[in-house]
Each structure stands twice: as structure tokens, then as C-alpha cells.
Design a binder for this molecule. Structure first.
Ligand SMILES: *Cc1c(COP(=O)(O)O)cnc(C)c1O
Length: 368
């Protein structure tokens, strides 16, 4: 027996994670789709006050059902759902939407069950499938990263998944799915499974692109996940959530750890939500900067995926690692991810994007 006695299938596996390089070495960090704008002094003050208040009763366990936070999240979602009201009992939250995703697989996946997604897709999903002993099946997206609905339906009918994972806008491509994709797959899965539309980047979608929240009343097997990590500028907060049929929220309560959302997290998230308009105020700037970045990259003769998110996938490079490394040497950190030959850049401030463009121009001269 080798020590430590790790599960056979986990031996030799590297823990997931984008490289975290020190800011003094690589000052422009555009690699993990963070919002580049820190919270305003007013938000910082309100969060600090709320956390201080929570600290006065840290000897007690927090509200296990986080009732106040669920109500605040429901109120926020009701304003971004095309007029469809979202009730507190339809909302569930955890420490980042990554934890929400793991809980969904713990509740609805498991031995003898299958999870389906369509590649390229979010790289964490297969890990949660593995960790929950769920069989993992990845279909393919088209060359423009859209979904062929007939092929997707056929795959679902053949594999009978209990969980379908659809990031929209997709990471790493930025592609949003049309509502027909969601309704088609909800119908194909039926009551034997749940369809999870991961809208981590939902707030960045372009004008006229609807949220899957609008489809909730028609599909009780639909789950829409969101996060405070991206548009809300709260990656450090660790707060993700979902909206779904109350029966789905109830089912997740069986697998969650007791008191999984700390009193500090709940207080900070509630304070941040009180400032939702302010925190989301930069989303318009970031969308505009994204569209400028797409245009500029195309002007350089590159292939660029249409993006409804706060990042852009572009290529293709004969040696993308060389380009990525050259950018690091020029002080700009982006992400080596996506299909072979492509790179992904997160949308930063206008100044950061200027640095990125200068660095990429140099890197492309060195790596023609
Ligand atoms: C960033 C991201 C998330 C959010 O993760 P958190 O755990 O909420 O920080 C979820 N899904 C996708 C596809 C992402 O890219």
C-alpha cells in the first residue's frame, strides 16, 4: 500500500488551478475572469460594519437556512429574469457556485448515474463528476462553439443523464445558448434528470440575449446557477447560488454540510447585495471593453469567438504556450485554455487592455 491511501483513481492527479503569479512580476492579471474594479469605499465600509455585527455572535452557529440571504438573492434575480418572479424558496446558495455544482452532483449524480456536457466546457465539471462517482460524458460543440440541437438531443436520449451541465455564456468560449437549446434538453431529460444552466457570466450577456431564468416556470427540471464572483466583483467573497423548483433546493439540503455558509459570509453577501446597483455599475464598461477587444483582435487577423462574457477566446497560434509565456515576460498574465491553439483573455480596465494589446502585438512579432 502506498501512503497516503488515496483513492486509486485520484493518484497522480494534479490539483486544479490557474497559475497564480505574484503581481510584482506580472502586474496585468487577466487570467481568471475577475472583475478588475475593487469595491468602493462605501461598500467596504458597509461590509465591515455587517461583519463586525456578525462577529458579536460568532459563538453561535449561523442560520442554517440563510433565510435573509435567500430572500435578498431572490429579489435580485427577480430583477434580471425578464419579469419572471423568483421566490426565496427557489433559491439555494453555497461557497461559490463551484460548491453549488458539487452539491448538485452529490444530490443528482452518483454511482450508476451519468453527467453530460458539451466540450469545450468548464474544466471543473469532470472533476465534480469524478468526486461524486458520476460517469462523465462530453459531447461536442460545433466549430463555432454553438450546440447542434439534434445531436445534443440524441446524445441525451442515448446516455440518459441525470445531470446535464450547460454553461451559458460558456467558459472558455463566451458563447451564450439560445432558449431553444435549454427547452429542448429539458424536454429530452424529463423527470429523470436536471438541466443546469451555469450563468456565472449571465450579467455580461449582450443586449437581447435572455437569461434561462425566464424558462423556470415552464421546466421544473431546470436549474440556473449564478455567482457573486464575476459581475458582482466578489470573487473573494465565495458566494454562488441557484434558482430552481423548491423541490430541488430541498433535495440539496440532504447533501450540504451543516452550517456550510458562515455567519461572516452571510453578513458580507447581504451587505454586498444592498449595493448591487453600484457593484454592477461597471458591467456596462466591461461589456463595452469586451466588444472593443473582440474588434481589435479581429483587426489583427485573429480568429475570435463571439463573447457574451467578460473574457474573449482568440487564436489560433501554432505554439500558444510560447505566446502565453511571451506575454508573461511582458507583464501580462492571460489563460492558456480552450481548444488547442486558442488563448483566453479576461476583460480588465481600459489601461489593462492597452497593456494587453501592446504585449500581444510584440508577442505576435516574436511568434509569427
Ligand atoms: C467562474 C465560474 C464559476 C464561478 O465560480 P465561483 O465558485 O462562484 O467563484 C462558475 N462557473 C463557471 C463556468 C465559471 O467560469
Amino acid at each position: 500500500m502506498t501512503f497516503p491511501p488515496l483513492r486509486e483513481e485520484l493518484r497522480g492527479i494534479e490539483p486544479y488551478g490557474a497559475p497564480q503569479l505574484p503581481l510584482d512580476r506580472v502586474p496585468v492579471q487577466l487570467n481568471v475572469n475577475e472583475n478588475p474594479y475593487p469595491p468602493s469605499p462605501a461598500v467596504v465600509a458597509d461590509v465591515a460594519t455587517a461583519v463586525a455585527h456578525a462577529a458579536s455572535s460568532l459563538n453561535r452557529y449561523p442560520d442554517r437556512e440563510f433565510v435573509e440571504l435567500r430572500a435578498a438573492l431572490a429579489a435580485y434575480l427577480s430583477g434580471d429574469s425578464g419579469g419572471v418572479p423568483v421566490a426565496p424558496e427557489q433559491v439555494w446558495a453555497a461557497n461559490g457556485s463551484n460548491e453549488v455544482m458539487l452539491q448538485l452532483l452529490q444530490a443528482f449524480g452518483g454511482p450508476g448515474r451519468t453527467a453530460v456536457s458539451f466540450a469545450p466546457t468548464y474544466s471543473m465539471y469532470p472533476e465534480y463528476a469524478r468526486d461524486s462517482n458520476t460517469r462523465w460524458v462530453a459531447g461536442r460543440r460545433e466549430s463555432d462553439f454553438s450546440l447542434d440541437l439534434d445531436a445534443a438531443r440524441a446524445l441525451v436520449e442515448a446516455e440518459r443523464p441525470s445531470v446535464v451541465l450547460l454553461p451559458s455564456p460558456n467558459n472558455p468560449t463566451g458563447t451564450a445558448l439560445p432558449p431553444e437549446a435549454v427547452t429542448t434538453l429539458c424536454a429530452a431529460v424529463g423527470d429523470d434528470g436536471v438541466v443546469v444552466v451555469d450563468e456565472a457570466y449571465g450579467e455580461f450577456r449582450r443586449e437581447g440575449v435572455p437569461s434561462a431564468l425566464e424558462l423556470l416556470p415552464a421546466h421544473r427540471n431546470l436549474v440556473v446557477t449564478r455567482t457573486m464572483s464575476k459581475a458582482f466583483a466578489g470573487a473573494g467573497l465565495r458566494l454562488g447560488y441557484l434558482a430552481a423548483d423548491p423541490a430541488i433546493c430541498d433535495a440539496i439540503r440532504v447533501v450540504r454540510l451543516p452550517y456550510h455558509l458562515s455567519a461572516v459570509t452571510q453578513a458580507a453577501a447581504l451587505a454586498a447585495l444592498r449595493h448591487a446597483p453600484g457593484l454592477l455599475g461597471r458591467v456596462a464598461d466591461l461589456r463595452a471593453e469586451r466588444d472593443l477587444t473582440v474588434t481589435w483582435l479581429r483587426e489583427q487577423g485573429l480568429e475570435v469567438a463571439d463573447s457574451d462574457a467578460n473574457f474573449v477566446l482568440f487564436g489560433r497560434f501554432a505554439d500558444r504556450h510560447a505566446v502565453w509565456e511571451d506575454l508573461v515576460d511582458r507583464g501580462v498574465l492571460i489563460r492558456e485554455t480552450g481548444p488547442e491553439g486558442w488563448l483566453r483573455v479576461s476583460v480588465g480596465t481600459a489601461d489593462e487592455m492597452t497593456s494587453f494589446k501592446e504585449a500581444l502585438t510584440g508577442a505576435m512579432k516574436e511568434n509569427p
